[in-house]
Design a binder for this molecule. Structure first.
Ligand code: ATP
Length: 144
């Protein structure tokens, strides 16, 4: 697929981070294929996200059947199950997805994700902590 911001995005793992990301992309007009192993999660989001599937993203055959190889961009939003995060990311690399984003829960996790071929690694909790620190210190300046 061509590289434009309007391209459809695969979001794998619908925890708080993945769900919020997928819903925001949809709100901005991006087509999203969201994947999670938990039927309760996918059922709850059905109707809110363009395409949603209950599947194990560490299963290459499942990814192929869902058409993941046709996507230009994918986000691995699995965090606490580090093995699933790494396996899924490595399958996306094997499928030659051009733009792979992956969420990390620690520096070591992030280093492994980069080494195996994730193009962008994000640390949502760390990054949000930094952002809030900026906001808080900005606010404090108002009182000085
Ligand atoms: P958050 O902080 O965003 O809630 P988390 O790190 O606490 O995330 P995780 O346990 O990492 O949450 O899982 C995020 C989601 O990824 C869960 O909904 C989980 O069902 C899903 N998930 C875990 N493994 C797989 C997998 N192999 N394939 C697809 N989805 C998966």
């Amino acid at each position: 697929m061509a590289d434009t911001n309007a391209d459809p995005v695969v979001v794998i793992g619908l925890g708080r981070f993945g769900t919020s990301l997928a819903l925001e992309l949809v709100r901005r007009g991006t087509e999203v294929l969201a994947i999670d192993t938990r039927p309760k999660v996918t059922q709850a989001l059905a109707g809110h996200i363009t395409h949603i599937a209950t599947a194990d993203a560490t299963d290459m055959e499942a990814l192929r059947q869902l058409g993941v190889p046709d996507f230009y961009r994918a986000v691995v939003a699995i965090g606490s199950d580090i093995e699933a995060s790494i396996l899924t990311t490595s399958l996306l690399v094997e499928l030659e997805i051009d733009d792979i984003w992956a969420k990390a829960v620690s520096n070591q996790h992030g280093r492994i994700l980069s080494r195996i071929g994730a193009h962008h690694v994000v640390f949502p909790e760390h990054d949000m902590g930094e952002r809030v620190a900026h906001l808080v210190s900005g606010r404090m300046l108002d009182y000085m």
